[in-house]
Design a protein around this ligand. Structure first.
Ligand code: ACO
Length: 349
C-alpha cells in the first residue's frame, strides 16, 4: 500500500495587519495582557467584503497545486476544514471546486475546528492509501474577523484569533520511507460546550445551560435565530479559557507521543513539531513537558494569532519555506481544540 506524501504546500494570509494596540479602537484591552497570556503580537484580518474563507483558501490552494506540479483539473478530491465557512451550508469545498474550475470531483467539509486540518489530512490519507484518489487538495482556512465580538464583552476570545488559509496536495509517494506514517484522531464530547458557538443551531436549548428563550413561548424560528440572541451576544463563540488550557497541555503531549511510539520513535528523533497555534503558552508548556529544544518546535502565533483550522498548514508551509524542513525529516503535526478533539500526524518529509 503506498503512503501519501505532501506533494505541494501553500499559504495565504491577508495583507491587513492588526496589532494588539489596534484592537484598543474597539475594546478595552492591553498589549501586555495579550502578549503575556497568549504570545500574540499581531494578526491578519481579511478585507471585509472582498475576501472570504473560500477566496483565501483558493489563494493557498493555487500555490500548493503549482508546487505539486499539477493543475486544478488534476485534483480528484477536496477536503476542506473550517469553522468559519462562507455559508452555513453548503460548505466551502464546493465553492473551491467552482472557483478553481475543477472537474466534478467530490468535495468534503470537515467540522473539527482547531484539529480540523489534522482530521482532513487523515481522511485524505486513507483515500490515497486505498488507491481511490491520486491528487487530493486538503485545505484549512478561516475568516474569524467576521464572527467575533470585538467589544470589551468578547475580548477574552476575540484577541486570540486571526484570518488565513493553508493548503496541501496529497499524492501517493513512489519513495520508500517517505510520507504520512500514521494519523491519530481523538475526541471527548463531555466538554463540547466549553469552547463552542451554540447559535444559530438546532439544539433547541437542549444542551445549553443559558437558554436563548423559553421553549413553550418561543416561535420555532426564534429558537434558531432571534433578536434576543443578538442583544445578549449569543451569536458569538464562547470559551472557558482556563479549562481549555488545562486539557490542552495534557492532550497535546499525549497525542504527539502516541504518534512517535506507534512508529518506533522518541522525541529525540523528531526534527520538528508543528503544533496548532492555539496559544504560545500552550506550545511552550508542551515543549517543556516533552523536553524539546527550541529548534524542534515551530511557532508563528506571534504574527498571525490563532487561525484555527488554518494554523497547522500555515505554520507547516512557513517552516518549510524558511528551510526548517528538509527531505527525510521527521515532522509531527498536532492539534487540540473545540469538541474537545485532538489529533496528530507523523510524517517523513
Ligand atoms: N484584555 C485585557 N483584559 C482581559 C482580556 C483582554 N483581551 N480578556 C480578559 N481580560 C480580563 C478579564 O476580564 C479578567 O478580569 P477580572 O479579573 O477583572 O475579571 C482577567 O483579564 C482574567 O481573565 P481570564 O479569562 O481569567 O484570563 P486568563 O488568565 O485565564 O487568560 C486566556 C485568558 C488567555 C484565554 C487563557 O485562559 C488561556 O490561555 N486559555 C487557553 C485557551 C486558548 O488558548 N484558546 C485558544 C483557542 S482554542 C484552541 O485553539 C485550542
Amino acid at each position: 500500500m503506498p503512503l501519501s506524501k505532501i506533494a505541494g504546500i501553500g499559504m495565504y494570509v491577508p495583507e491587513k495587519v492588526v496589532t494588539n494596540n489596534d484592537l484598543k479602537k474597539w475594546m478595552d484591552t492591553d498589549d501586555n495582557w495579550i502578549q503575556e497570556r497568549t504570545g500574540i503580537q499581531e494578526r491578519r484580518f481579511a478585507k471585509r467584503t472582498e475576501e472570504t474563507t473560500t477566496t483565501m483558501a483558493v489563494e493557498a490552494a493555487k500555490i500548493a497545486i503549482e508546487r505539486a506540479g499539477i493543475t486544478a483539473q488534476d485534483i480528484d478530491f477536496i477536503v476542506f476544514a473550517t469553522l468559519s465557512p462562507d455559508y452555513y451550508f453548503p460548505g466551502c469545498g464546493v465553492l473551491v471546486q467552482r472557483a478553481m474550475n475543477m472537474k466534478e470531483v467530490g468535495a468534503l467539509d470537515i467540522r473539527n475546528q482547531c484539529s480540523g486540518f489534522l482530521y482532513a489530512i487523515s481522511v485524505a490519507d486513507q483515500f490515497i492509501k486505498t488507491g481511490m484518489y491520486k491528487n487530493i487538495l486538503v485545505i484549512g482556512a478561516e475568516k474569524h474577523s467576521m464572527g467575533l465580538d470585538f467589544s470589551t464583552r468578547g475580548r477574552n476570545v476575540s484577541v486570540i484569533f486571526g484570518d488565513g488559509a493553508g493548503a496541501v496536495v496529497l499524492q501517493p509517494t513512489e519513495k520508500n520511507n517517505q510520507g504520512i506514517l500514521s494519523t491519530h484522531l481523538h475526541s471527548d464530547g463531555a466538554s463540547a460546550e466549553i469552547l463552542a458557538q451554540y447559535n444559530p443551531g438546532s439544539h433547541a436549548n437542549h444542551w445549553v445551560e443559558t437558554p436563548v428563550a423559553d421553549f413553550d413561548e418561543a416561535e420555532i424560528g426564534e429558537m434558531f435565530m432571534s433578536h434576543q440572541m443578538i442583544d445578549n451576544a449569543q451569536l458569538f463563540p464562547f470559551m472557558d479559557g482556563p479549562t481549555v488550557f488545562k486539557k490542552a497541555i495534557v492532550k497535546f503531549p499525549e497525542v504527539i507521543v502516541e504518534a512517535l511510539t506507534k512508529n518506533g520513535y522518541t522525541t529525540e528523533d523528531l526534527n520538528i513539531l508543528i503544533p496548532h497555534q492555539a496559544n504560545l503558552r500552550i506550545s511552550q508548556f508542551v515543549q517543556q513537558k516533552l523536553k524539546l529544544r527550541d529548534d524542534q518546535v515551530y511557532n508563528n502565533i506571534m504574527r498571525y494569532g490563532n487561525t484555527t483550522a488554518a494554523s497547522v498548514p500555515i505554520a507547516l508551509c512557513e517552516a518549510w519555506q524558511n528551510g526548517k524542513i528538509k527531505e527525510g525529516d521527521l515532522v509531527c503535526l498536532a492539534a487540540f481544540g473545540s469538541g474537545f478533539t485532538w489529533a496528530s500526524a507523523l510524517l517523513k518529509w
